[in-house]
Design a protein around this ligand. Structure first.
Ligand code: MTE
Ligand code: MO
Length: 332
């Protein structure tokens, strides 16, 4: 039952990933779901008159490590301006509009932060993020981020290799996948409460073990020389530069090593549209739009900046071998 065709939804309001949800909301409304609307606290909203952009120095324990991080990998492309990176976000826990995370995440509490590590590891436990970061060196890496909605940005992250974190927990020989889980906190995350729920929380994602151990796979704790802004997934988030952005899960509270393929939010929500692998691939279109090109942000009507999408987002030399022998039209 198609209630509203995607092209009837004003493009100013709806982006491709949310078209599906919009349809689902209509159906829920007609199914007679109770209207338990929760008002947003005024304190969660920034005044629209704010023109100064906030910076995020981060907790005292993190600052010296951020400042000491050498730049190790640089994308040739022009880096996106700071305001684009911190005000145009997907973080549905704070709402489905691109402006919602910036407007609603500023009071998000991210220090102290605990991470539960479980499953196929010799050292499971609940760890303080500060203690985990104390054992790794930070680097700045400039990566392209390609959203499945066909826009992209070039972002200067600061972080460390996921592999160096996973080694701290000694994965067992049974560990074949890694699952990541985002915080659930209805008080702090307005997108998780109210009217119609957009996704089933918590947001989860997963990687195959060889993808997780790949040296390009980053855990970011910083951006643009400072700590990660809340809207970008503070205090730490995954960044997998050769995959569509939805794999790069934010504000992680749990990491599980598993023998079987974990559930991933968008894959579960619309399996025909979003695969588990989600490798950037210009030759495999999304059922509702082409993936051959992308809009490099910041873009405007006069300067649309449409560019060709590259296989594995331009990281094919480094990662194509992970998928040799796999039919990428099947394992999209
Ligand atoms: N927990 C969580 N992680 C998430 C998302 C989300 O809604 N919730 N959105 C994803 C999507 S679709 C994209 S494109 C990137 C956007 O990252 P950015 O806002 O830092 O650019 O975050 C990803 N990580
Ligand atoms: Mo995305």
């Amino acid at each position: 039952m198609l209630i509203q065709k995607p092209n009837k939804i004003p493009s100013s309001e709806i982006t491709p990933e949310s078209v599906y949800l919009n349809r689902r909301r209509f159906m829920q409304a007609f199914a007679g779901v109770g209207l338990a609307a929760a008002a947003l606290p005024a304190s969660a909203l920034l005044s629209s008159g704010d023109t100064e952009l906030p910076i995020y120095p981060g907790p005292n324990w993190l600052q010296p490590k951020l400042k000491a991080a050498p730049t190790t990998i640089v994308a040739e492309d022009d880096v996106a301006p700071y305001d684009a990176v911190i005000t145009h976000n997907n973080f549905y826990e704070f709402g489905t509009k691109k402006s919602d995370p910036f407007e609603k995440a500023q009071e998000f509490n991210t220090d102290p932060w605990k991470v539960e590590v479980s499953g196929e590891v010799e050292s499971p436990g609940v760890y303080n993020l500060e203690d985990l970061i104390a054992k790794v060196d930070l680097e700045e890496r400039v990566y392209r981020l390609r959203c499945v909605e066909a826009w992209s940005m070039v972002i200067p992250w600061i972080g460390f290799e996921l592999g160096s974190l996973l080694k701290q927990f000694n994965p067992t020989s049974k560990a074949k996948y890694v699952e990541f889980v985002t915080l659930v906190d209805k008080e702090q995350m307005p997108g998780q409460r109210g009217f119609f729920s957009s996704l089933d929380w918590p947001y989860t994602e997963g990687l195959r073990m060889d993808e997780a151990m790949h040296p390009l796979t980053l855990m970011a704790v910083g951006l643009y020389g400072n700590s990660l802004p809340p809207q970008n997934g503070a205090p730490f988030r995954l960044v997998v530069p050769w995959k569509y952005g939805f794999k790069s899960i934010k504000s992680i509270v749990a990491i599980r090593l598993t023998e079987t393929m974990p559930k991933a939010t968008w894959n579960q929500t619309a399996p025909g549209e979003y695969g588990f692998y989600a490798n950037v691939n210009p030759k495999v279109d999304h059922p509702r739009w082409s993936q051959a090109t992308e809009r490099r942000l910041p873009a405007s009507l006069l300067n649309p900046r449409i560019i060709d999408t590259q296989m594995f987002n331009g990281y094919a030399d480094e990662v194509a071998s992970l998928y040799s022998g796999m039919d990428l039209t099947k394992w999209y």
